[in-house]
Design a protein around this ligand. Structure first.
Ligand code: ATP
Length: 306
C-alpha cells in the first residue's frame, strides 16, 4: 500500500506547493528566471519566534557580481514596531524584502530573526512566520471568499467576513450580488489595484503572521482609497514587527523609524520629525510629494466645483 500512497502523497505535496507559489505568480516567474536555488541546511531548525526582532547586520548583496546592490546595510526592527524604507527608484528597497523572505541569500553580513540566522532555519518555518503583502496581488480564479480564506485554509465563514471588514473591503464584497461567492481573477470580476491590495490584507489578517512585509504599490490612489488602505494597514500591522517599502506619506509618517536608502546604503535614518529637521534627502522627497498631493487635491476640488 505504501508504494501507492507515497507517490500520491508526493503529488499532493507538489500541488500544495504550486498553489502556494501561485499567490505570488509574477514574483515567482521573475525569480525562476534568475534565482539561485535556496535550500535548507541538513541541520536546519524551525525558527523559534519570541519577539520577533529583525536585524540586518552589515548586509551586502548583488544579483550579478559586477553590480553591488546593497553595500552594507544595518538596521533593527524591534518587536511590534514598524520600519519604513524609502528612497529613489532602484535603491534596493524591494531587494531588502526579498532577502528577508529568503528568496535570495545575502552575499555578506547576516540577517537574523530573534538571533537566528535566516540561513540556519527551515524555509517552511520562516515563510509561515512572515506575511507578505506584495505590490500587486495575483488572485486565484476562484471566489473572493476563497481568495481570503487562503490565508488560513479551514477558517470559518465568520472569520473570513471579519477579516474582510477589518481590511476595509467587507462592505464592497457584501454589496456584490453574489457576495463572497463572487468569482474573481482572470475569468471573474476584475478588481482594481486598491481592492486587490485590500483582499491581500484580509488574507494576511487571517494568516496572523508575527512578521509583516508590505510592499506598497507605487501607483497613485485617490484620497479615499488611500485612506481605506491606510486604515486596513493600521489594523494588520498593529503589534506586529513590520517592514514596509513605503511610497506614501501616510504610511511613512506613522513609522517608528524611517530608513532612507540611496544607492545601496542607508543615507539617513530617524522618525519623520527628526528627518525633516535634518533637511536632507528625506526632507526634499517629502516636500516634493506634498506639493504633488496638494496639486492633486486642488485639481479634485476644481473638478467638483467648476
Ligand atoms: P523601486 O522603487 O523602483 O521599486 P527598489 O529600490 O525597490 O526600486 P530593487 O527592486 O530593490 O529597487 O532593485 C535594486 C536594483 O537591483 C535595481 O537596479 C534593479 O535593476 C536590480 N535588480 C532587481 N532585481 C534584479 C534581478 N532579479 N536581477 C538583476 N538585477 C536586479
Amino acid at each position: 500500500l505504501m508504494q501507492v500512497y507515497r507517490p500520491l502523497n508526493f503529488i499532493g505535496f507538489v500541488y500544495r506547493e504550486l498553489r502556494q507559489g501561485l499567490t505570488d505568480i509574477e514574483e515567482m516567474f521573475k525569480l525562476l528566471d534568475q534565482a539561485p536555488e535556496i535550500t535548507d541546511k541538513p541541520d536546519a531548525k524551525p525558527l523559534a519566534v519570541t519577539g520577533p526582532v529583525i536585524r540586518f547586520e552589515d548586509v551586502t548583496f548583488h544579483y550579478d557580481s559586477d553590480r553591488p546592490i546593497l553595500k552594507g546595510v544595518s538596521f533593527e526592527v524591534p518587536a511590534g514596531k514598524t520600519v519604513a524604507i524609502v528612497g529613489p527608484t532602484g535603491a534596493g528597497k524591494s531587494t531588502i524584502s526579498r532577502l528577508l523572505y529568503r528568496f535570495y541569500d545575502v552575499t555578506g553580513g547576516r540577517i537574523t530573526i530573534d538571533g537566528q540566522d535566516l540561513r540556519d532555519v527551515t524555509q517552511e518555518s520562516l515563510r509561515s512566520t512572515i506575511g507578505m503583502v506584495p505590490q500587486d496581488t495575483v488572485l486565484f480564479n476562484d471566489t473572493i471568499g476563497y481568495n481570503i480564506e487562503y490565508g488560513r485554509p479551514g477558517a470559518s465563514m465568520d472569520e473570513v467576513r471579519q477579516a474582510a471588514q477589518m481590511a476595509q473591503v467587507g462592505a464592497f464584497i457584501e454589496a456584490l450580488p453574489k457576495g463572497f461567492e463572487t468569482p474573481v481573477g482572470e475569468r471573474g470580476l476584475k478588481l482594481s489595484g486598491g481592492e486587490k491590495q485590500r483582499v491581500a490584507i484580509a488574507r494576511t489578517i487571517l494568516k496572523a503572521p508575527s512578521i509583516l512585509i508590505l510592499d506598497e504599490a507605487t501607483s497613485a490612489l485617490d484620497t479615499k482609497t488611500e485612506r481605506d488602505i491606510q486604515a486596513a494597514l493600521d489594523v494588520v500591522s498593529r503589534n506586529r514587527t513590520t517592514v514596509v517599502i513605503a511610497h506614501r506619506l501616510s504610511t511613512v509618517i506613522n513609522a517608528d523609524e524611517i530608513l532612507v536608502l540611496r544607492e545601496g546604503l542607508v543615507a539617513e535614518r530617524g522618525n519623520h520629525a527628526a528627518l525633516l529637521a535634518q533637511n536632507g534627502l528625506y526632507a526634499q522627497m517629502w516636500s516634493r510629494q506634498r506639493e504633488a498631493t496638494e496639486a492633486e487635491e486642488a485639481l479634485a476640488l476644481a473638478q467638483e466645483d467648476p
